[in-house]
Design a protein around this ligand. Structure first.
Ligand SMILES: *[C@@H]1O[C@H](CO)[C@@H](O)[C@H](O)[C@H]1NC(C)=O
Ligand SMILES: *[C@@H]1O[C@H](CO)[C@@H](O)[C@H](O)[C@H]1NC(C)=O
Length: 405
């Protein structure tokens, strides 16, 4: 009897300390290219080399073998979108159906590929750190919210419902603790859009912090290059033209267009022998006419101002971003380069190598515009994607998660 009682007491004590030991849930939202995408093929009408049909989803982004010629054409075909003028929406390419695997888990945002090497790691360092140091459990209190990063928030309503439900579920499963949302790159702007759509009461209840890593809140000049000539993210073995059709077709490319309010509308973003194109609407219209892709202007009109970056998120925010690296700012085809099929001469400004500083530090302006604090954490020399491996970034998440900030 005494024995049973003692056992019961031990059990009760363990349960009580277990309850106190819930971690603050961490929700990981990736950026452009920051999670795996798989594809089902059903009669795809693509390059002679590529498969036409599959009996199960095959890895598209990022199957390393698919980055080599000629397989790279198969990958570009799978990722290209078609615009349907009847619905005003973008759809998968003919015979392709893209699947986003791993929602609510971490695997597909930790690694971009099933080949786990340094270059394919993404949120893996952060997740490992929280698991090893604070006892986090994958899929329980640290979860991923991958999405189809080709799309912009105007075509993501289903995702926003899922994301809201994931946050509420994580809150309830972890002792009613409000969550920390971590975003990277495009994911930061997507989170901002999501938070704008939620009531202040909902945010107060469910969201403790927003950690925005390398958020291009004012857009990025490199998205202009991606849609005009193709952009290979600096990977020398990839020809920019191979991916241009895909990049041009992605709504997210235009969602990340440099905002005239942040970059100055009079900025000559593109210059050819014939003329200059600024960020003013009429110039952008002409630009896409002149390169033979008038559709680009329609996307720009629909998506350029979709998320108001001057409106704060309404939750406590930490903006972590790199600076001090050469970042493309203006593009010139004045020096004998063929427009738009050859890569231009590039005029650089400060930034993280991909996103310009004036866009990264837009969130600094939220300070004082909302009741909750906004902290800015600039990290000298941290490249856009590598930032996710920097201790400065991991520390910010750890402090927010452990409540020691
Ligand atoms: C966004 O808003 C600004 C300011 O109102 C305007 O000048 C610009 O043309 C708009 N951009 C788009 C893509 O509609
Ligand atoms: C930030 O705020 C300052 C001062 O109000 C303003 O001059 C500047 O244009 C703002 N920057 C952005 C990117 O909104």
């Amino acid at each position: 009897m005494i024995h049973c009682f003692a056992l019961g007491l031990v059990w009760l004590t363990a349960a009580a300390s277990g309850a106190a030991a819930f971690n603050t849930p961490v929700i990981l939202v990736p950026g452009d290219g920051g999670n795996q995408l798989w594809a089902n093929l059903n009669g795809a009408n693509n390059h002679w080399y590529c498969e036409r049909n599959t009996d199960k989803p095959v890895m598209a982004w990022l199957d390393l073998i698919n980055l080599a010629y000629p397989a790279v054409h198969c990958l570009a075909y799978k990722l290209e979108m078609k615009f349907d003028p009847n619905t005003g929406r973008s759809r998968d390419n003919d015979g392709v159906s893209i699947v986003v695997p791993g929602f609510g888990e971490t695997e597909t945002v930790e690694w971009l590929s099933d080949v786990k090497i340094e270059q394919t790691g993404y949120y893996n360092k952060l997740v490992d750190h929280l698991v090893n140091k604070l006892g986090y459990r994958r899929g329980v209190d640290i979860v991923g919210a991958p999405f189809d990063f080709r799309r912009a928030p105007n075509e993501m309503s289903e995702y926003f419902v899922q994301l809201g439900a994931l946050i509420e579920r994580s809150y309830a499963a972890n002792g009613n603790k409000p969550v920390v949302i971590v975003g990277h790159s495009l994911g930061c702007k997507v989170i901002l859009h999501f938070l704008h759509s939620r009531s202040q009461a909902w945010k107060d209840k469910y969201v403790k912090d927003f950690v925005a890593a390398a958020g291009p809140f004012g857009g990025s000049a490199s998205s202009v290059l991606a849609s005009v000539s193709g952009y290979n993210l600096g990977l020398g073995f990839i020809r920019p033209l191979w991916f241009r059709d895909a990049q041009r077709s992605w709504p997210s490319t235009y969602y990340l267009y440099p905002s005239g309010l942040v970059f100055e509308e009079s900025l000559a973003i593109v210059e050819t022998k014939q003329r200059k194109y600024t960020l003013a609407e009429e110039d952008i219209r002409d630009l896409y006419q002149d390169i033979g892709y008038p559709h680009g202007y329609r996307h720009f009109k629909a998506l350029g101002n979709l998320t108001d970056q001057t409106l704060p998120p309404g939750v406590r925010t930490h903006c972590v971003f790199g600076h001090g690296l050469k970042t493309a700012h203006q593009f010139r085809w004045t020096n004998g380069r063929q427009f738009p099929d050859q890569q231009p001469d590039i005029v650089y400004s400060d930034g993280d190598g991909t996103v310009n500083i004036r866009s990264l530090d837009v969130c600094v302006n939220w300070s004082g515009k909302q009741a909750q604090p906004v902290a800015s954490v600039p990290v000298a020399g941290a490249e856009h994607v590598k930032l996710l491996t920097y201790s400065e970034f991991i520390d910010v998440v750890e402090r927010a998660a452990s409540g020691s900030d």
